[in-house]
Ligand binder design. Structure first.
Ligand SMILES: [Zn+2]
Ligand SMILES: [Zn+2]
Length: 149
């Protein structure tokens, strides 16, 4: 594949290092680094919590990406393993970068029953005895967050 000369990134976001990282990640899984995909990855990277399709689409409304396009991008990124999706139990898929501050490993999530915000928890926040099940990846905890206590 021919590598295109990389354009100097002089946009408002101004995070060329992260942008280059995402370009490399997309190339590694055989996807073109389109501006839409980069925008979605960058948006997911902004927050340390999983976001629903609606939330991502809303944040990218100024980027000329319609909801359907954002959905297709999220699905494509999930299929190639750059993004994980999780259902916290409210029948809403939420998406997050697989490679987050929490690392590559699956980790538990906490959802506030009042404001519905979801937080990623450290992997060792919950200990699951091996005899219960190996490869248990879907741990959801519900309660009230600090703001709603
Ligand atoms: Zn809350
Ligand atoms: Zn998470």
């Amino acid at each position: 594949m021919v590598t295109k000369a990389r354009k100097k990134v002089a946009q408002s976001s101004g995070r060329p290092a992260i942008d280059d990282d995402f370009r490399a990640q997309l190339r590694a899984v055989g996807l073109k680094a389109t501006s839409g995909r980069l925008a979605v990855l960058t948006e997911l990277n902004r927050t340390n919590a999983p976001m629903s399709h609606a939330e991502v689409a809303e944040r990218l409304a100024g980027e000329k990406l319609d909801k359907v396009t954002v959905w297709r991008i999220l699905v494509a990124l999930t299929e190639v393993g750059l993004v994980d999706r999780t259902d916290i139990g409210d029948r809403t898929w939420r998406f997050e970068l697989r490679n987050t501050a929490m690392g590559h490993d699956p980790h538990p999530h906490f959802m506030c029953v009042t404001c519905k915000t979801v937080q990623c928890l450290p992997r060792d926040a919950v200990h699951i005895a091996p005899r219960i099940g190996r490869g248990v990846i879907d741990v959801q905890i519900k309660g009230r967050c600090e703001q709603c206590l």
